[in-house]
Write a protein that binds this ligand. Structure first.
Ligand code: 3H9
Length: 697
């Protein structure tokens, strides 16, 4: 017996005969992942239920927050432990009695694949179902690619499995993935009633594997797959799993179930041992780990945040305001002039109108969010705010003035946050008499869309301010990473190193398009020069002080401000399509010649190493200075905020894959050739010498 009073098959699976129906219950927090223990327990429970003549049907249900959320990801990479998914599913299918899967929370991955071998599926309306393996660089390896298309059809299955999207229960009922909806909060009662009805009506034991109609619809129509590949080519670029998924669904159409399952399993194993899945699994845990702060206990009391003030209604300020409005907060938006305020509220209104037009926001939400927004010109209106985020001009003296004013009006205990991207948060905090309440909340542009939030801890920031900020970030859909104070924090500091290299390399003879092509080939969405043109070559450039001291200044002086002006490093046509520019190349060559910088052909490999190895090196410096708590936090910053391809895990994960010894040795060579900026960090050298990874630093 266990705590629930049912006979325990194992510590995580129990079963009980409830009036002729075996109720098998999984209880393996936090998400009932299908670990070896859960698989073993399920196999035993179903064998027992099958053998027991007093059992007429089986209901499988889970305790806790969710139905089974998939295979236990932490088991991947370790030796397999029986029983396998397949053995468990075979036992379930051989029960010979109706099996009803009772779903709440999320039935994901292997969890849904288990549910698909039941004869019937019932769920509460709040439940969601999906096969998210693609997000881990995998494909569903327990029949998902073979069974889902048999239920929902090939086109829907292609879309669902390659996106990993979750289907809400009501939609799942419509597309045949569920047989019934239970009343919220009454899943067990309704699942038992459903099982009894199946028995009373002597309904047949439906098997998903026997369904064939939906597959027949596309048999002999290879264009269905060809069109899907074409339509998604951009989205799938660089990723291995989507193509493997498509091939498995093709196999589902062309092969009998058993052969399809074998084909799928082989593709799953290939992906599982590959570097992409290792990287994406690393990222999955890294993102969750980042939310935890080593010296701030999980039970730290939080400050209550209801009303948020945002200072500055420019691009950043309005994006930040929308993030909080979308998260359900009241927002006071402050500007210094009526015109600026009107402009800012206009941006918010226009963005929301666009969302409504695209069907992404209801009219009710539109009205509701705007009703929560109070524009103001008066600092006194921020007096009752629980959090105030400053997003004014990036200049220390202005920030200090603003914080001194905030100090005068904000209520005691309010959190005062700066959105600075580079400046010293301690110096800003010192402009107040409450540095313990000051923190950096570094949003990325566009702030209402980008998921990364660097939470910058000042030397005096109170622990409850950190805990509240980390929690709050998740409430507004952000991925928070705690960082320390330094120039550019984690993201921009590493970015600066790469940008500096890219610029030096073009002065030495490479072209901007060669550099861009190398980094885009690696998987970055945009190389450094295309990126600069897109962001605006003139961001941070000052016409008055510009003195032709850099290539960028000269380009700006020529009016080449990037995409928006039709020219930057590249030339742009009316559709903003870039072509390499002879003009900017001449500027670069003349500039190099005037400074006596020798020109040579630079191999792609050198560009690759110089641009990427310096990032790993800067990351190592950030770690040794304690600016980031873990290497994986740096990975989260780069994947979430800077487009580092998730299938390469982040710069620190990737660095380990390349080999820290190799990177350290190459940096030493580069330091001898090009100067001290390549000198490997002490931490990098030590780990390389000891054969250790960053986690063992
Ligand atoms: C698969 O199924 C392969 C099969 O096709 C075939 C095999 C043959 N394993 O996200 P949360 C942990 S692949 C191990 O913060 P939420 C997580 O690390 C799998 N651990 O909660 C965290 O731990 P900690 C396909 C897992 O409420 C804790 O649970 N399935 C797993 O925001 C809470 O997680 C997926 O990809 C797991 N599968 O969201 C689903 N899942 O507290 C992945 C979670 O120590 N999971 N943990 O930091 C999710 O999407 C979300 O966790 C979920 C809950 C929506 C379930």
């Amino acid at each position: 017996m266990n705590a629930t009073g049912n006979p325990a098959v194992t510590s995580v699976v129990t079963w009980a005969n409830e009036g002729g129906i075996a109720v098998v219950t999984v209880n393996s927090p936090p998400v009932n992942a299908l670990s070896a223990a859960v698989r073993g327990g399920l196999k035993q429970a179903f064998e027992a239920a099958a053998a027991d003549p007093a059992v007429e049907a089986v209901v499988l249900i889970c305790e806790g927050q969710t139905f089974m959320a998939g295979a236990d990801i932490s088991e991947f990479g370790k030796p397999p432990v029986s029983p396998s998914f397949r053995e468990v599913q075979d036992v379930m299918e051989a029960t010979g009695k109706p099996v009803v899967m009772a779903i709440h929370g999320t039935a994901l991955g292997g969890g849904l694949e288990i549910a698909l071998v039941g004869n019937y599926r019932i769920a509460v309306p709040s439940a969601k179902l999906g096969l998210p393996e693609v997000k881990l660089g995998l494909l569903p390896g327990a029949g998902g690619t073979q069974r889902l298309p048999r239920v929902v059809g090939v086109e829907k299955a292609l879309a669902l499995i390659t996106s990993g999207d979750q289907v809400p229960a009501k939609e799942a009922l419509k597309i045949g993935l569920l047989d019934a909806l239970a009343e919220e909060g009454h899943l067990k009662r309704d699942a038992l009633a459903f099982a009894r009805a199946v028995l009373a009506e002597k309904r047949p034991l439906k098997r998903v594997g026997d369904l064939g109609d939906k597959l027949a619809e596309v048999r002999g129509k290879p264009e269905v797959f060809a069109e899907f590949r074409k339509a998604n080519a951009r989205k799938f670029r660089g990723f291995e799993a989507p193509e493997a998924i498509i091939r498995c669904i093709e196999a589902a159409v062309d092969l009998p179930l058993e052969e399809g399952l074998v084909f799928e399993r082989a593709r799953f194993e290939e992906l599982k041992v590959g570097s992409q899945s290792a990287a994406q699994r690393h990222y999955f845990f890294a993102e969750r780990q980042a939310a935890k702060v080593p010296d701030v206990p999980a039970d730290t009391p939080l400050r209550d945040i209801q009303t948020v003030g945002v200072l500055g209604a420019g691009t950043m300020g309005t994006g930040i305001a929308m993030s909080f409005l979308n998260g359900g907060f009241r927002v006071r938006l402050l500007e210094t002039s009526e015109a600026a305020l009107e402009h800012g509220t206009g941006i918010i209104r226009k963005t929301y109108e666009g969302n409504v037009a695209r069907g992404r926001m209801s009219d009710k939400d539109f009205d509701g969010r705007l009703a929560q927004l109070t524009p103001t010109l008066d600092y006194a209106d921020l007096a009752d705010c629980d959090l105030i985020v400053e997003a004014v001009f990036e200049q220390m003296d202005i920030k200090k003035q603003v914080f001194a004013k905030l100090d005068a009006v904000a209520k005691p205990g309010a959190i005062l946050a700066t959105n600075t991207s580079y400046l010293d948060v301690n110096e800003i905090a010192a402009a107040t008499k409450r540095p313990q309440d000051v923190i950096g909340l570094h949003f990325f542009s566009p702030a209402h869309i980008m998921r990364l939030l660097e939470v910058v801890r000042g030397s005096e920031t109170a622990k409850d301010v950190i805990a509240t900020s980390m929690k709050l970030a998740r409430r507004i859909g952000k991925v928070p990473v705690l960082v320390g104070v330094c120039h550019g924090f984690v993201g921009n500091r590493i970015h600066l190193q790469r940008q500096t290299q890219a610029e030096r390399i073009v002065l030495e003879g490479a072209t901007p398009w060669q550099v861009d092509a190398v980094l885009e080939g690696f998987g970055l969405p945009m190389g450094p020069f295309r990126m600069r043109d897109m962001a605006g070559n003139d961001v941070g450039w000052n016409r008055e002080t510009s003195s032709s001291a850099t290539v960028r200044e000269i380009l700006n002086e020529m009016g080449r401000h990037g995409q928006k002006s039709g020219a930057g490093y590249y030339d742009y046509d009316a559709g903003r399509k870039p072509t390499p520019s002879e003009i900017s190349l001449k500027v670069i060559r003349d500039f190099a010649a005037a400074r006596g910088i020798a020109q040579r052909e630079i191999p792609d490999e050198e560009i690759f190493e110089r641009c990427l190895y310096v990032m790993v090196n800067e990351g190592a410096k950030i770690l040794e200075e304690g600016i980031a708590s873990r290497a994986s936090d740096i990975d989260v910053v780069w994947v979430t905020g800077y487009g580092w391809p998730v299938y390469r895990g982040g710069p620190m994960f990737w660095g380990e894959l390349v080999g820290l010894d190799r990177i350290s040795a190459r940096l030493s060579e580069l330091a001898a050739l090009h100067g001290d900026s390549f000198q490997p960090a002490a931490l990098l050298q030590r780990l390389a010498a000891e054969g250790k990874g960053f986690a063992q630093a």
